[in-house]
Design a protein around this ligand. Structure first.
Ligand code: GLP
Length: 243
């Protein structure tokens, strides 16, 4: 049994096992290395019963720190940058929640008029739009490429602000006083095109998690339409459904 575990201490053994596993998971850099040993192996290694290990794992699953893939084992999700369930969060917030340092590189920020995008945003086809394309990083590693399009009148001058070190959503809230209310999104698997693959440091045509999302204000206006290409080994999309 590792020195960390105290049989007679006030902290239940399964809680100690849980914390031990949590520390171990967060020390795991590579997501490929995130598969946990089996229940039996962990019990043997830690010198505790399988029941204790199972209880610790059950709690880690409930907390979203690990997940089980039937027939394949138990995996840590910490390295996969899983978002919080059901909350309308920004990339920045998702990273901070997981103890990862977010940053961005602005690849382009421009104004345009585009009838197709205007239709998606449900504004008149002549409406000036602002488009911001960013590389999103976690602990300085590329995680996603995101292109956000917003009606320019909602956030005049936003393209000139520093969106490398500050959050877009925070900026919309604090500078433009916009209250983001809800998002609708579609997630699908795609192949990374050459340019996106280069930015994400993956081979062209590698699978990426592609997300299209529209975010609405409380009054129903659409504030943002975004297309995101996430590295699937660095980001896992999770949600909780309830009746
Ligand atoms: C998420 C959303 C995007 C949004 C971004 C804002 O990634 N999918 O739609 O643009 O968060 O991130 P931040 O506020 O960190 O700039």
């Amino acid at each position: 049994m590792p020195q960390l575990l105290h049989r007679r201490g006030p902290i239940p053994l399964y809680t100690q096992v849980k914390e031990h596993l949590r520390a171990r998971i967060s020390g795991d850099e590579a997501s490929d290395a995130s598969r946990l040993p089996s229940e039996r192996e962990l019990a043997k290694e830690l010198g505790v019963s399988r029941v204790t290990v199972r209880q610790a794992l059950r709690e880690l699953i409930e907390e979203g720190a690990v997940f089980t893939a039937p027939g394949r084992g138990t995996f840590a999700v910490s390295a996969r940058l899983a978002p919080a369930t059901g909350r309308l969060t920004s990339f920045t917030q998702e990273m901070i929640d997981r103890g990862i340092a977010p940053s961005s590189r602005v690849l382009a920020a421009d104004e345009l008029v585009d009838a197709h995008l205007a239709e998606i945003l449900q504004v008149h086809e002549d409406t000036p739009l602002v488009r911001i394309r960013r590389l999103r990083l976690g602990d300085d590693e590329p995680v996603a490429v995101e292109t956000s399009v917003l009606p320019a009148e909602l956030c005049p001058g936003i393209a000139t602000l520093d969106l490398e070190t500050r959050s877009l959503y925070e900026t919309l809230r604090t500078i433009y006083r916009l209250r983001l209310h809800a998002s609708e999104l579609v997630v699908e698997s795609r192949q990374a095109e050459w340019g996106t693959a280069g930015l994400l440091h993956i081979a062209p045509d590698s699978p990426v998690l592609f997300i299209e999302r529209r975010t609405l204000l409380a009054d129903g206006r659409i504030a943002e339409f975004v297309r995101s290409w996430y590295r699937p080994d660095r980001y896992q999309f999770r949600m909780r459904l309830a009746l």
